[in-house]
Design a protein around this ligand. Structure first.
Ligand code: PLP
Length: 287
């Protein structure tokens, strides 16, 4: 079946969908994006993702490409046309097409692209055995809270992870604290059983999955704290895991050369994963 993309108001065959060579996203990474999980044909945490898209746009002073109601219709139409049961919707808004010059162009119209693809969720073996992460220096800018398409450090980090047999790379700031993964948030469970994830300052992307997990943890009466944690602390933690819209909660059982806990997925991470899956299949979904 051929894929369909949405480009500036038109549904097009994916293979023919294109933007102009002077799109500012292409030339300056002057744009933002959002990724929404589709599970069993429904969107998961749709509204928080669209709220974050609005926030990213506001921070960069890019006008929203369309109102929320029609945007949600496009999302559904794309899911329908691509026959997605489990997959992703990717949307990207750039400042638009203009003669190349650094300042904001005066009359550019934001360019809006949406694509959809099927994905396979992490399999049981990956979840039970957990994954390896490697640590790298965080070389990004000071506004990692904005979900911009400027992902080169993340791309280099993920490639480094792959070349070192790891699933993800945890970025580490100058103080020796883990900021986040290249496309996931980072969590540990202390030996006292406390859930720890970095506070959402401008040094990390405030993951929608992260926010939902904090909400669910509070509801379950789990002890958690949002604060920086060091690589050393992570390596001696009882458990570690990563979160994102596509990996949910994926246990981490090795950080660099150090095995975490007994080398198998930790119980708190697995419990949170189950709680999240129930949420994603229930109150978190919008058909
Ligand atoms: N951190 C970064 C840098 C990301 O790119 C992502 C997702 O793409 C996340 C965290 C997780 O965010 P979310 O839970 O909204 O998918």
């Amino acid at each position: 079946m051929s894929r369909v993309a949405y480009v500036n108001g038109r549904y097009m065959p994916h293979g023919e969908a294109a933007v102009h060579i002077e799109d500012r996203g292409y030339q300056f990474a002057d744009g933002v994006y959002e990724v929404v999980l589709v599970q069993d044909g429904a969107m998961v945490d749709e509204m928080p993702h669209l709220d974050r898209l609005d926030r990213s746009l506001r921070e960069l002073r890019i006008a929203p490409p369309m109102d929320r109601a029609p945007l949600r219709l496009v999302m559904r139409e794309l899911v329908r046309r691509n026959r997605i049961r489990t997959g992703l919707i990717y949307m990207q808004v750039t400042r638009g097409v203009a003669r190349r010059d650094h300042p904001f162009p005066e009359n550019a119209v934001p360019a809006f692209v949406m694509t959809a693809k099927r994905i396979a969720l992490p399999n049981v073996e990956t979840v039970e055995n957990g994954v390896k992460v490697v640590t790298i220096r965080d070389i990004r800018w000071e506004r990692c809270d904005i979900k911009t398409v400027a992902l080169l450090p993340n791309v280099l980090g993920k490639q480094h992870a792959r070349e070192n047999g790891a699933y993800e790379a945890w970025q580490v700031d100058d103080a020796g604290n883990v900021t986040e993964g290249t496309s996931t948030n980072a969590w540990i469970v202390s030996n006292a059983g406390e859930l720890i994830t970095r506070n959402a300052d401008q040094g990390i992307l405030n993951g929608i999955t992260r926010l939902t997990l904090l909400k669910l943890a509070a509801r379950e009466g789990l002890t958690f704290v949002e604060r920086p944690f060091s690589v050393e602390e992570a390596k001696t933690a009882r458990e570690a895991f990563i979160s994102s819209a596509t990996s949910f909660v994926t246990p981490v059982t090795q950080i660099d050369d150090t095995v975490i806990g007994n080398g198998k997925a930790g119980s708190l991470g697995l419990k949170l994963r189950d709680t999240y899956l129930a949420y994603a299949g229930g109150e978190g979904r919008t058909p």
